[in-house]
Write a protein that binds this ligand. Structure first.
Ligand SMILES: CCCCC/C=C/CC(=O)SCCNC(=O)CCNC(=O)[C@H](O)C(C)(C)COP(=O)(O)OP(=O)(O)OC[C@H]1O[C@@H](n2cnc3c(N)ncnc32)[C@H](O)[C@@H]1OP(=O)(O)O
Length: 396
């Protein structure tokens, strides 16, 4: 086994399965499963599969083989496929691992899978047992991962290779996730990013491949989507926390004015390059930013595109607290777990007392900003900026 593991390590470490994210592309871990629950429920199992995608550290080949074997056993039962040839190292190692589980019942394999993922999560920064909060419609792609544990529902942007830029599918999935989180039994909802960025804002390739006759219609439907998306944040009934794990750009910054708490690593920056892009502010920032930081500081950000450090953003009221990057995850999650144990109804009602009197105004501002942006998207200034980005001339 040592020789095979060594060859596997070389193959995996030099190939497609190197990073923790890539573990999720291990095809067997993606399949859907069914069957009755004994101990770990189907939901626990699905949550565990989502957790695997978020592991910060590569667990190593032995553990990956164990996960593979348990997954196969839990979903298909005892190994029932022919043994691969001796030179087919990877498939043979996988087959060996699965075959070694003998007649282990599916339910036990599922439980063992959940336990193993839980122990891996606990030993990485995102610790804690994953538990289902409510029946949740899973997002339509891997670009968003939703988990619930310790009374906290966490929505994680999971497109690290694109700095978590937001695609139309992600806008829809975030809305669905917020809708589900508003009804589940968690006390707090968190939005965060996987990888080195929190979010690089709207995916600028959303503006490509639009047939000439459809530009206006695309701008109109984009504005409707934007308005609906921001409305979900305005109306969200429970404490909403942004865990800003790295730089934030565009709409991911403007939305922060609608969060109840914003925790940021000292590595984060806050950048709204709207004028550079021929665009205009959204996310109600034309109202929340001047209110928070005064009109001239808001103008520096929203009109001149001044990029703030985390400490500057904290001084100006956009960020609640800044943590050293080395302890960010640990400190923030300890804090949030403690908050999540407070009486949930009291927290929800207090949030509403603080926020409700602004709601109508925010909806009106959102509608206005969306309609102005719809016009901006049709402007030459905006088109030229997108072309510049796409041709890699502009790094903002
Ligand atoms: C419903 C519609 C609602 C619309 C709401 C409107 C919102 C407005 C905004 O959000 S405006 C903000 C738009 N975002 C930006 O302008 C950021 C653009 N990106 C960058 O400037 C840089 O990529 C960076 C500073 C974020 C990171 O630079 P770095 O050099 O560290 O990394 P790369 O540039 O190599 O990025 C890695 C890959 O990620 C792709 N990418 C990053 N951000 C975006 C993005 N916003 N849209 C599309 N793609 C993005 C980048 O192209 C690289 O991809 P590649 O590896 O395939 O080249």
């Amino acid at each position: 086994m040592a020789g095979v593991a060594g060859r596997l390590a070389r193959r995996w470490c030099s190939g497609a399965l190197r990073s923790p994210l890539q573990i999720t592309r291990f095809p067997a871990l993606q399949l859907h499963v069914c069957g009755p629950a004994m101990r770990a429920s189907q939901k626990d199992f699905e949550n565990a599969m989502n957790q695997v995608k978020l592991l910060k550290k590569d667990p190593g080949n032995e553990v990956k083989l164990k996960l593979y074997a348990l997954y196969k056993q839990a979903t298909e039962g005892p190994c029932n496929v022919p043994k691969p040839g001796v030179l087919d190292f990877i498939n043979k190692a996988k087959w060996d691992a699965w075959h070694a589980l003998g007649s282990l019942p599916k339910e036990t394999a599922r439980q063992n899978y959940v336990d193993l993922v839980s122990s891996l999560s606990a030993s990485s920064e995102s610790s804690g047992q994953v538990t289902p909060a409510a029946d949740r419609k899973q997002p339509g792609s891997d670009a968003l991962v939703v988990t619930s544990r310790d009374g906290i529902t966490t929505i994680t942007l999971n497109r690290p290779d694109k700095k978590n830029a937001l695609t139309p599918q992600m806008y829809h999935d975030i809305m669905l996730a917020l809708e589900a989180a508003s009804k589940d039994d968690s006390a707090i909802t968190v939005l965060t990013g996987n990888g080195d960025y929190y979010c690089s804002g709207n995916d600028l390739t959303n503006f490509t491949d639009i047939p000439p006759g459809e530009v206006e219609e695309r701008a109109r439907s984009g504005a409707v989507l934007l308005r609906d998306f921001v409305d979900c944040f305005i109306d969200f009934p429970k404490p909403l926390v942004a865990v800003v794990n790295g730089p934030a750009v565009g709409i991911s910054v403007t939305l922060l004015g609608l969060f109840d708490i914003v925790y940021a690593t000292d590595r984060a920056t806050f950048h709204t390059p709207f004028s550079h892009l021929g665009q205009s502010p959204e996310g109600c920032s034309s109202y929340t930013f001047p209110k928070m930081m005064g009109p001239s500081k808001a103008t520096e950000m929203l009109v001149f595109g001044k990029k703030l450090t985390a400490r500057e953003a904290c001084t100006q009221g956009l960020v609640t607290e800044v943590f050293p990057d080395s302890t960010f995850q640990k400190e923030v999650w300890v804090r949030l777990k403690a908050y999540s144990k407070l009486p949930p109804n009291a927290m929800r009602i207090s949030k509403q007392v603080i926020r409700n009197r602004e709601k109508e105004k925010l909806h009106a501002i959102n509608a206005e900003e969306s309609s102005i942006l719809q016009e901006r998207w049709l402007s030459d200034e905006c088109m030229n900026a997108i072309v510049n980005f796409l041709s890699k001339k502009a790094k903002l």
